[in-house]
Design a protein around this ligand. Structure first.
Ligand SMILES: Nc1ncnc2c1ncn2[C@@H]1O[C@H](COP(=O)(O)OP(=O)(O)O)[C@@H](O)[C@H]1O
Ligand SMILES: [Mg+2]
Length: 214
């Protein structure tokens, strides 16, 4: 039985997901609810191998979009069953840095795979384990791109895409949010870190007051 709370963060690289997750973890810890955090692709030993193949390994160059989609789905299927479901059944808060919406957007919109098929494969991978709430950190593609240039680590394959790709990703995310308004919260990612954290905590308290105030 699922008793926990499943929170996901989505948005283009550089929009501030990792930053907000760090703050949310601290806030939850201060309330006596240390969360389980995870990331996609990866989050399990097998998933981390898939992550390496997708993002860095030379063998991953030239992967076809269909193969890429199935590798993301394989990583997610393992993550759901090995980490996310057990934690939710245990009553924990689970925070994932990206989840199934990332595939819907990156593989469906930006790589132009058929959205219906991507949705079907996503559904098969997660088997009904959907987020209770998804924060979309939305910002202009150009601005996110500039933020990434300032970051002091090398770009992975996805991050090396041209600006038009990031624009398609942004639009894809906004479309996904419009399609599931009960689950998505769209936030302006250009607000300050503190303002964003304040909004996220306030929204969580409003929606899940009973759970968070135990
Ligand atoms: N609200 C914000 N305003 C300005 N810069 C930010 C904000 N949030 C994060 N950053 C900076 O933007 C960069 C990307 O943030 P990060 O959290 O790593 O994004 P993501 O995990 O989505 O790729 C980092 O250098 C971070 O310090
Ligand atoms: Mg990050």
């Amino acid at each position: 039985m699922r008793r926990g709370l499943f929170v996901t963060f989505e948005g283009s690289e550089g929009c501030g997901k990792s930053t907000q997750i760090r703050s949310l973890v601290a806030w939850l810890e201060s309330r006596g609810l240390p969360p389980v955090t995870t990331r996609e692709p990866g989050g399990t030993p097998a998933g981390d191998q898939i992550r390496h193949l997708l993002q860095h390994a030379p063998q991953g160059h030239g992967l076809h979009p269909e193969a890429e989609l199935l590798l993301f789905a394989a990583s997610r299927a393992q993550l759901v069953r090995e980490i996310i479901r057990p934690a939710l059944e245990d009553g924990r808060v689970v925070i994932s840095d990206r989840f199934l919406d990332s595939t819907a957007v990156y593989q469906g919109v930006a790589r132009r795979l058929e959205p219906d098929r991507v949705e079907m494969i996503n559904g098969f991978a997660v088997g009904g384990t959907l987020p209770d709430i998804t924060f979309l950190l939305d910002m202009d593609a150009r601005e996110a791109f500039d933020r990434l240039q300032k970051r002091d680590r090398p770009a992975d394959r996805m991050e090396s895409e041209p600006l038009a790709f990031y624009e398609a990703v942004r639009q894809g995310y906004l479309q996904a949010a419009a399609g599931a308004p009960e689950r998505f919260v769209v936030l302006d990612a250009t607000l300050s870190e503190q303002e964003l954290t304040g909004s996220i905590c306030k929204i969580l308290l409003e929606r899940f007051h009973g759970f968070l105030s135990r």
